[in-house]
Design a protein around this ligand. Structure first.
Ligand SMILES: [Zn+2]
Length: 544
């Protein structure tokens, strides 16, 4: 089971990452091209008709955008939609527009002048049989499944592959629709459709039914989702930091009683995360858990759930300490992403650690809140066996390249190490809450997060981030003792790395300040035992 999990994670994040040669298509997908840079998305009005029998969808996306920079002559707009999906026609102000395609990137020639500061609309009609998900949520697309009663059970998941796998949009994380989006989804009439935000209307069309969902906050593309099933709905209110939060649950009819019991963890999760991170970031859009036929995903305000009502990660504990079975991994981890991924979103997927490190770390903050600091510490240290140190945590910029899988648990251990350096849990908590205020509903770079934490901590973390995020080197502390003296130094470090750590000498904690040269702490006492406090993510070796 353990190996399977690790393999799943590897598949999760590293597919496609081996090839370090990047193509034109990678650049078109992963960079802010001139055809993307001049306009700012204000609103997506997405309409989709889903025909499960044919595994076919068709619809339109009306994009409202603001012109940031107008150019002489005919302006060109890049829109992404991946094959085999097809753009059928495009209109602006009633006039049909021409476009050319370069693989999955489409370049639309706009006929009317695009005036700086003005808003315009463009409507794109599309259709096709979207890519089927191979191993969702990682190798994503549409999952066309059936429930135990043979009814359609359908869901989308497309973080890595991109939202343009099924709908046309500006498929780059830096730009989110400022005013949110409207989703109008039509499905066979005996099924329920659940998307992001709040349900504003259901329309009976006879043989089909249209479900209209409205999101009022900026939303990342990959968070946009369609879920279709024979769902039943129940809900509750949560009294949180920003008032009453509506919690809505959509689960398969057969699982209602299990879900009613199991989802009692949701308020516990919210209590812990609001404590550590601040208010849930999307009160206006509510919080939902929606059952899906795959493991789960952090879809904004409609977190998808497929952990089979088990504790841990499908019933197993990633940390192998027992603490991982104290919570449902998907409820905790995927909801943690509402703060880190949905509210604070990376500009470039190379900085995906902003999402995954903080969210992996949120698992131990959940434990910390409900079970104490010992539980959280044991859990995060337990997850170290998942660390690969194969590639740096930060990927390659501008070519849609994710860093190593280590963005999860090495990331969590880096943050846990930083917490030790802060030496003040109140301050640490304020820094985490501060991050969520400073970068609320924003897209950010790793550098911005690094600098924020450096400034707020009052510690120059330049080499700390360099070492842990941009190299695969684990700092190693070599030490030896002689009577009353302790000698120590770092090896395997980047230049200037000088992170202090706590040595435990004869059972007593002592800060030491290693650098690349041997230092001595003298006259401690007769030294019987020495170790480095395991909360620091470093290697240690006693040398003779
Ligand atoms: Zn995650």
């Amino acid at each position: 089971m353990r190996k399977i999990i690790i393999l799943l994670f590897l598949l999760a994040l590293n597919f496609g990452a081996n090839a370090q040669e990047f193509t034109k298509a990678d650049e078109l997908r992963g960079s802010i091209t001139p055809e993307r840079a001049w306009w700012d998305i204000m609103y997506y009005d997405l309409k989709v008709n889903v025909e499960p029998d044919k595994k076919f969808i068709k619809g339109s996306n009306t994009i409202t955008y603001k012109v940031l920079k107008s150019e002489e002559g005919q302006q060109v707009m890049q829109i992404d939609l991946q094959t085999p999906m097809k753009i059928d026609r495009i209109y602006q102000s009633g006039r049909r527009l021409k476009f050319t395609s370069d693989g999955n990137a489409h370049f639309i020639k706009l006929w009317r002048a695009q005036k700086e500061g003005k808003e315009y609309k463009i409507i794109i009609y599309f259709s096709g049989m979207p890519r089927g998900a191979v191993n969702p949520p990682w190798d994503g697309g549409f999952s066309w499944k059936k429930d135990n009663l043979g009814k359609d059970f359908i869901a989308t998941a497309n973080q890595s592959i991109g939202a343009s796998i099924w709908w046309p949009n500006k498929d780059h994380a830096y730009d989110e629709p400022d005013n949110g989006m409207l989703m109008t989804i039509t499905v066979p009439k005996d099924l329920v459709e659940v998307s992001n935000g709040r349900l504003v209307d259901e329309i009976d069309n006879g043989t089909t039914k249209t479900w209209i969902w409205k999101v009022v906050n900026p939303i990342n593309n990959y968070g946009v989702n369609i879920n279709i099933g024979d769902y039943i709905h129940f809900g509750e209110n949560y009294e949180g930091e920003n008032g009453t939060l509506d919690l809505d649950y959509y689960v398969l009819r057969e699982n209602e009683s299990r879900a009613r019991q199991h989802f009692k963890q949701v308020p516990l999760m919210l209590e812990a995360f609001e404590h550590w991170f601040g208010p849930y970031p999307f009160y206006e859009d509510s919080f939902k858990l929606v059952e899906v036929p795959y493991l789960g995903m952090e879809h904004q305000s409609s977190v998808t759930y497929g952990n089979k009502y088990k504790m841990g990660y499908l019933g197993s504990d990633l940390s192998e300490t027992g603490w991982g079975l104290k919570f449902d991994f998907i409820i905790v981890h995927e909801s943690g992403h509402e703060w880190f991924a949905n509210s604070i979103t990376y500009i470039d997927v190379a900085d995906m650690w902003i999402h995954e490190a903080f969210t992996a770390y949120s698992e131990n903050l959940y434990l910390d809140y409900h079970f104490g600091v010992k539980a959280s510490s044991e859990y995060v240290i337990g997850t170290r066996s998942l660390i690969q140190n194969d590639r740096p945590i930060i990927g390659v910029y501008n070519v849609h390249n994710e860093g190593s899988i280590d963005m999860y648990y090495k990331g969590a251990n880096i943050l846990h190490t930083l917490r030790q350096l802060i030496q003040d849990d109140k301050k640490w908590r304020n820094m985490l809450r501060g991050l969520n205020k400073e970068f609320y509903h924003k897209t950010v770079s790793s550098k911005q997060v690094e600098e924020y934490l450096s400034t707020q901590s009052g510690i120059d973390l330049t080499e700390f981030w360099e070492q842990y995020l941009r190299t695969i080197k684990v700092p190693k502390i070599e030490y030896r003792t002689e009577a009353k003296n302790l000698y120590f130094r770092y090896t395997n470090i980047v230049e200037g790395f000088d992170m202090p750590v706590i040595a435990i000498v004869n059972g007593k904690e002592e800060w030491i300040y290693p650098t690349s040269v041997w230092k001595t702490k003298i006259n401690i006492s007769n030294i019987n035992s020495v170790s480095i406090k395991p909360d620091f993510y470093v290697d240690t070796e006693e040398v003779k």
